[in-house]
Design a protein around this ligand. Structure first.
Ligand code: AMP
Length: 190
């Protein structure tokens, strides 16, 4: 199986690149942000709880997202592989993912990290907010909070995957095609 963690701060381009990667490699796309937004749209009790945190740019509890991922990995037994987008975001989530995949006799193949500086991220997110309707993309303070959450809780995962020899940084600036070529260049080395 080809199991990729697509990593990077909010606005790095994970969603866009995931769409292209799943098409090329026939992978199942698991985005915890997308799953949470659909729970919010459907006004489920989980969605209503999560929305309070998402609107403030804070992470939802580890147990909630771990259960969501577990259910979807279980539901896609015949997948050729997965792209994990926006997950894991904490060390606890990364450990739970390793455990879960181990039970399925597979593992994370690599982490691909899109690298973009903070000033560029804020510009991109505010632009996205004009079209996407995402409330968390429309407020500069919420955007800053999300970047702070990323730097404090998520960025340490770089070390987690580096220790496993699985970390690959990729420059996340340029055209969509240029960035896609950089990502596939790394994948093809495996
Ligand atoms: P995203 O679409 O990945 O930017 O996620 C939007 C929001 O959903 C985040 O700001 C968090 O509030 C929440 N979220 C998404 N994925 C996770 C995760 N793996 N762990 C905790 N919270 C998450």
């Amino acid at each position: 199986m080809l199991n990729i963690v697509l990593f990077g701060p909010p606005g790095a381009g994970k969603g866009t690149q995931s769409t292209n990667l799943i098409e090329k490699y026939q992978l199942v796309h698991l985005s915890t942000g997308d799953i949470l937004r659909s729970e919010v749209a459907n006004k489920t009790s989980l969605g209503l709880e999560a929305k309070k945190l998402m609107d403030q740019g804070l992470l939802v509890p580890d147990d909630v997202v771990i259960r969501m991922i577990e259910a979807r990995v279980d539901a896609n037994r015949n997948a050729k592989g997965f792209i994990f987008d926006g997950f894991p975001r904490t060390t606890k989530q990364a450990e739970a993912l390793d455990e879960l995949l181990k039970k399925k006799h597979t593992s994370i193949t690599m982490m691909l990290a899109l690298e973009v500086d903070d000033a560029e991220l804020i510009t991109r997110l505010l632009n996205r907010g004009k079209d996407s309707g995402r409330p968390d993309d429309q407020n500069k303070e919420v955007i800053s909070k999300r970047i702070m959450e990323y730097n404090s809780k998520t960025a340490p995962l770089k070390n987690y995957y580096t220790e496993q020899g699985k970390f690959h940084g990729v420059k996340g600036v340029g055209t969509i095609e240029e960035i896609f070529d950089r990502l596939t260049g790394v994948i093809e080395m495996y």
